[in-house]
Design a protein around this ligand. Structure first.
Ligand code: HEC
Ligand code: HEC
Length: 115
């Protein structure tokens, strides 16, 4: 009896954890045209930081698969452009990122401030 109680507690704890697991698993992406599913987590955080925006700057709140926000399609063009630029480096490495131009701004400065 003395051993049974901790055992029961442990079993119910595992049962509770197992029940929670599926809820925490993110949905598989349904609308990727350029990126791999494994890119999503690291790249979306990088986009947010590079442009200094929230996720909903490019996404419809509550439906990340939707293309109704036009900024998402602009971002796709930017991904393609970035890949083309990187492909032209002699070592083939990724030297240019969103941050290279954007530096935390939605619209990068393209001219020096007036003197
Ligand atoms: C600068 C615009 C931009 C920002 C900011 C951004 N995303 Fe995205 N996101 C995209 C684009 C573009 C795609 C589609 C990529 C493709 O077509 O391969 C995408 C795809 C996704 C997908 C896959 C959806 C599906 O079902 O296909 C998820 C999930 C996602 N983003 C989450 C996030 C989260 C979470 C954040 C905030 C941390 C975020 N995004 C910020 C542009 C953005
Ligand atoms: C070579 C420089 C460069 C790189 C790299 C770059 N961008 Fe841009 N981006 C720009 C410029 C310049 C503009 C403003 C263009 C305009 O005003 O039409 C812009 C505009 C945008 C816009 C629209 C902003 C608005 O005000 O509507 C989004 C969204 C965007 N970029 C996302 C990205 C993402 C995501 C990446 C990385 C995958 C990226 N950009 C990489 C130069 C760049």
């Amino acid at each position: 009896m003395r051993l049974l109680l901790p055992f029961v507690v442990l079993v119910s704890l595992f049962a509770a954890l197992a029940q929670d697991a599926p809820k925490k698993q993110p949905q598989a992406p349904k609308n990727l045209k350029l990126l791999q599913a494994s890119d999503i987590r690291p790249m979306m955080g990088a986009f947010r930081a590079a442009l200094g925006v929230q996720c909903t700057y490019c996404h419809v709140q509550g439906d990340f698969s939707s293309d109704d926000n036009p900024k998402k399609e602009i971002a796709r063009h930017m991904i393609t452009m970035m890949r083309e630029i990187n492909a032209k480096f002699p070592d083939g490495k990724e030297h240019v990122t969103c941050y290279t131009c954007h530096r935390g701004a939605e619209e990068p400065l393209t001219a020096a401030p007036a003197q």
